[in-house]
Design a protein around this ligand. Sequence first.
Ligand SMILES: Cc1cc2nc3c(=O)[nH]c(=O)nc-3n(C[C@H](O)[C@H](O)[C@H](O)COP(=O)(O)OP(=O)(O)OC[C@H]3O[C@@H](n4cnc5c(N)ncnc54)[C@H](O)[C@@H]3O)c2cc1C
Ligand SMILES: Cc1cc2nc3c(=O)[nH]c(=O)nc-3n(C[C@H](O)[C@H](O)[C@H](O)COP(=O)(O)O)c2cc1C
Length: 491
Amino acid sequence: MEQPTENGVELPLDRNLTILYGSQTGCAQDVAERIGREARRRHFRAKVIAMNDYDKARLIHEKLAVFVCSTTGQGDEPDNMKKFWKFLLRKNLPPDLLSQMDYAVFGLGDSSYTKFNYPAKKLHKRLSQFGARSIVPRGDADDQHYLGVDGTLDPWLENLWTTIMDHYPLPPGLSIISADTLFPPSFRLRFLCNGDERPPMESGGCEDGFTVQVVRNERMTADDHFQDVRHIELEVVEGEVSYNPGDVAILQPHNLPSDVSDFLQTIGWSDLADDPFVIDPNQQGDFLNRTLPAHWPRVLTLRRLFEDHLDVFSVPRRSFFEILAFFTQDQRQTEKLREFASAAGQDDMYAYCQRVRRTLAEVLFDFSSAKVPLDYVLDLIPELRARQFSIASAAQSHPSQIHLCVAIIKYKTKIRKIRRGVCTKWMATLKPGDEIHHVKITRGTMRAPGSPTTPLIMIGPGVHINIYSPFTLSKEKRNHSSRLIPITCDT
Ligand SMILES: Cc1cc2nc3c(=O)[nH]c(=O)nc-3n(C[C@H](O)[C@H](O)[C@H](O)COP(=O)(O)OP(=O)(O)OC[C@H]3O[C@@H](n4cnc5c(N)ncnc54)[C@H](O)[C@@H]3O)c2cc1C
Ligand SMILES: Cc1cc2nc3c(=O)[nH]c(=O)nc-3n(C[C@H](O)[C@H](O)[C@H](O)COP(=O)(O)O)c2cc1C
């Protein structure tokens, strides 16, 4: 077999590092991708893969692996880790399954939850039960840290790389690739010419979730109440649906067309906004192993990309500053961005960005000398993530409908700027007749007791009281004696 080379230097065959992540809302994925970039700079053939997408048969060949996972629900594994975790729990696996493996685990959690970082703790223990060797103590990032995940990640990574480089020193003739070196983009945008054959603009239909139509979207709270809370009724028009009390609807948010138009104008892409293109994977830049989500259409325009798929109005993570710094033309702006991306600059970054909930679009506006090559848009700007909403109806009473109770997020920050939630800003604009595609339903953490006669005390502060209406509605429908004594409180 031909030995792989780097700048003409042969890389040892064992210089592989696999980074597996489980992430519900993208933070753990961001950490995994950062580790991937840092590994690449140390001349590892790095692969960054969601745990569920990983070919488990390869586990017994992995010499060095880093696992990054967050926690969701009440100490639960993220969805894209569940299958992998179930596999590791199988009783018939040999006890020395991973005796060839050196590993490290980094968990992301929030110590205000009782089951702080449970999946990372359980994973760490399970890997060692299979004979794998932990090379550094587990990292337990805590949202409660004033610097968030980075408060734990920076020192943990320093220790990780020192340890790894001791075990796997650089081959002679190679040095660590400077942080100033830009890696190739993960994808290439190929604009279509007039003569090109065009795949359809629509996405994969209802294969990925089902379609609903808005029936009602009405404010439930008094006009003078500070919070706009909506009762939203959705009729399933395409696809099958069934759900139980406690289940959760998953909706894919959109950005408002007027916001996207303003953004495209600001960044200077208005002229290109409606030109169709396809997104091809870039073979040179595929170490992050990124694939496009199944529900994305094959042909896109910049307008569609920003309205439907990219989270340009969210608060940026640290990797955004790291990548943006490559594209600024003004040296002072480049230095500032590098400072924000560094461990030492986290206080300043927090004050500039997190505290005032500044959005990616606003940062791009502030750092106006940035000329972002279109091929890097998908490396720079994260995907719009689906949001979860507890279903407030009972399937027995409304068989083809889903009702939601949604608090529209709107608040003022320290700089007195009004901020809106990405998903609820869009939901507030929905009108009867509007269609929402790719809706999914998942099991919630709350379950009714086996017997419908068991008395229940249901406590749900604020909008979360709606979780309980399916329990009471379905109980009544089943004709069991039920006495409901609501006790409300102001939160
Ligand atoms: C299992 C589950 C069930 C849920 N069920 C419901 C439900 O039934 N109804 C419902 O309304 N929501 C529900 N949610 C929350 C919902 O998924 C969204 O997170 C919520 O609607 C906000 O989404 P957004 O995109 O509008 O806001 P985002 O753009 O995601 O912004 C939210 C962020 O804004 C910040 N923020 C919000 N308010 C303030 C404030 N006053 N001051 C400072 N910062 C602030 C916080 O950092 C918050 O994380 C549920 C979540 C889960 C996980
Ligand atoms: C709905 C929800 C439930 C959570 N449950 C827990 C939990 O039980 N234990 C914990 O340590 N952290 C919990 N967290 C915190 C997350 O794990 C933490 O914010 C993490 O950084 C998210 O990473 P991700 O974006 O990769 O999913 C929860 C967060 C959310 C939004």
